[in-house]
Design a protein around this ligand. Sequence first.
Ligand code: OGA
Ligand code: MN
Length: 199
Amino acid sequence: MNTTVIIDDLVRRGWSACEDLLPVHSVLALVNEATELWRDERFTPAGIGRGQEFKIRPEIRSDHVWWWNVEELSPAQKTYWDAIEDLRRKLNEELFLNLRDFETHYAVYPPGSLYKKHVDQFQTASQRVISCILYLNASWQKEDGGQLRIYDPETSESFTDVFPGAGTFTCFRSDTINHEVLPATRERFSLTGWLRRAA
Ligand code: OGA
Ligand code: MN
């Protein structure tokens, strides 16, 4: 992973994407873990809002999630955690972001599911600073859809699509970057998380 490129991208346009955050075998270990948890029906429907505002609204967001427990990271999870920790430290050193911790969940979007255009920072809490997503789908094709559409913060009309193939990593500003998940024809797996500052 080239953190210099990621940090330059974040400063210049608010988002970055790369293919080499983790070696292939580490990505596959996460693919296997997420697939098994999904098969064992351990995921729960995702919602929008937090605390008392939390609502399940499938017309806005229809994925299912399984949160990582920081106290019990599996060896597969640890490799990703360490890479994000490295990124967190460099972001703090170079941009003085004062990022304190990281929270993340696996997400599965069943065929046809989506997440309408949104920003990740809650209106009532601004701890989420940088959104980080690692995709976990072997041999994803463009025809499978499911792209993450990242909108240009300046115009909010032009956009870039990121396809969710295994190993693709993207990160973006949680406060300013509008984005959406387009429906896919296959089950779509991701690992979505947030680097956070103190409350
Ligand atoms: C989210 C989100 C994007 C993706 O969970 O907030 O925007 O590509 N996910 O999974
Ligand atoms: Mn989001």
